[in-house]
Design a protein around this ligand. Structure first.
Ligand code: 9WN
Length: 435
């Protein structure tokens, strides 16, 4: 079973690999390069083709802006199978945007630091990979500097996101509270995602109006960070996004140490790291819910929901051992029923849970990968193994889907796989799980 699954996963990655040296997440549905996808995809390649793994990171970093920002989509190629494309996003409005590539003017979770660390491990600490890291690490550092300079409004080490697409968890029920504070215009546009995927598994038209309106506000201010912070109705501290930054800081510190020199950078990262961990634990940990939550900066309040992002600080080593125990109790209470695969993307005991719809309930393999490594880090070995087994079983039974129904006995459909098929990070992370 293992070898067959790996072979199939390799086929998915090879099919999605493009001539320009980057990989699309899924044919038709997502025809460009996405930031955090490219990190996870690189891990899959690294197990059998180091050159492709390095190319994946290189093609992403090539689109970095002068201010250190890395966009969430790089439009290396043209395609009319996705909306909104480059003509809507208009990244050129920002004076420091890449002159070489069109992109979006928003970002995604900063995974690249820890991806480099894992690539070095997978390569068996090869000289080739170490040289590659030496060549690219300053770009990732510059990206972290960008976050701490422009996105840390309260100077407490926590960086904000201004759009739900920056979170990576696009239509999480958490954002409903923010949509309630907005009344965007009714946009006229042609949806493309719903020509590839059953609309029941995708966000609604009204949700898309909100997504587009926030981009229009950012464009009005030429994607200026300070203006966005002043005017965006969506301004959130996300535990997942900040956990990724913390985990990547840790990786950069380790990698700089391995390369030698760079004491100034190590000390900057070390200082920020301590602040970010303290910020996460004081501002985003909710004792009553026993979990990390999101914080709505615009309306100055915690958003009181538990979702798979709530557990990602484990991967970053941010919680104390005591907090980690609390998190595991919450995970088991709300998500851990034996009748379910771990880990639903939103609290299955909550009325807003939807087992089939995108980020409103289904299981995502990248979140499971982080949860697995986070649980292992804190010594919850059996539970970590369960998360891994569940991920493998879902893929083995259904295929390399984008997301999966968490219900083992699913009355709604014959299969548990939803969204895009032949999805790159499901394939890549399966390889990383199995190798
Ligand atoms: C918008 C590519 C991306 C992932 C996100 C996932 C989905 C895009 C969309 O696909 O988002 O960025 O159009 O729905 O939510 O996490 O990076 O796979």
């Amino acid at each position: 079973m293992k070898e067959k699954l790996i072979d199939n996963a390799i086929q998915v990655l090879e099919r999605n690999f493009q001539e320009g040296g980057f990989t699309i997440p899924s044919e038709g549905l997502y025809p460009f390069q996405w930031k955090w996808d490219s990190g996870f995809i690189a891990l899959g390649f690294a197990h059998y083709d180091l050159k492709k793994a390095m190319g994946e990171i290189e093609t992403l970093m090539d689109a970095q802006w002068e201010n250190g920002f890395i966009p969430h989509i790089v439009f290396h190629n043209d395609s009319d199978s996705y909306f909104p494309g480059p003509d809507f996003h208009q990244s050129h409005l920002h004076p420091q945007a890449s002159k070489k590539y069109r992109s979006t003017g928003m970002t995604q979770p900063p995974v690249t630091g820890f991806i480099l660390e894992r690539l070095l491990e997978i390569s068996g600490e090869s000289h080739e990979m170490l040289d590659f890291i030496a060549k690219h690490i300053d770009k990732v550092y510059h990206n972290h500097e960008y976050f701490y300079t422009h996105r840390d409004l309260e100077k407490n080490g926590l960086v904000y996101i201004y759009h739900n697409w920056e979170s990576g968890t696009d239509n999480s029920p958490i954002w409903d509270d923010i949509w309630d504070t907005m009344d965007p215009p009714e946009y006229e546009f042609e949806r493309r995602d719903t020509t590839h995927v059953d609309p029941a598994q995708r966000p609604s038209k009204r949700e898309y109006d909100h997504y587009l309106y926030i981009i229009d506000i950012a464009k009005k201010y030429n994607y200026d960070d300070a203006k966005i912070a002043e005017h965006s109705p969506f301004l959130v501290l996300d535990p997942l996004f900040n956990a990724m930054l913390i985990r990547s800081n840790e990786a950069l510190i380790k990698l700089y140490g391995r390369l030698g020199g760079n004491e100034d950078k190590i000390s900057f990262l070390g200082e920020k790291q301590a602040q970010s961990i303290a910020g996460l634990n004081s501002k985003l940990f909710n004792e009553d819910l026993g979990a990390y939550v999101h914080f709505d900066l615009r309306n100055n309040k915690q958003l009181l929901y538990v979702c798979s992002s709530s557990f990602t600080p484990l991967y970053a080593g941010a919680p104390t051992q005591e907090q980690a125990k609390i998190l595991v109790n919450t995970l088991m209470d709300k998500f851990g029923d034996e009748g379910r695969y771990l880990c639903a993307s939103f609290d299955p005991t909550h009325e807003r849970f939807n087992p089939r719809k995108y980020w409103r309930g289904p299981v995502w393999i990248n979140l499971n990968w982080m949860l697995h490594h986070g649980l292992k880090r804190y010594g919850f070995t059996d539970l970590a193994q369960r998360v891994k087994n569940d991920s493998l079983e879902l893929i083995d039974n259904n295929g390399f889907f984008e997301y999966f129904d968490s219900r083992k006995d699913n009355p709604d459909a014959e299969k548990n796989g939803y969204g895009g098929d032949n999805f790159s990070w499901s394939a890549a992370l399966l390889i990383d799980f199995l190798k």
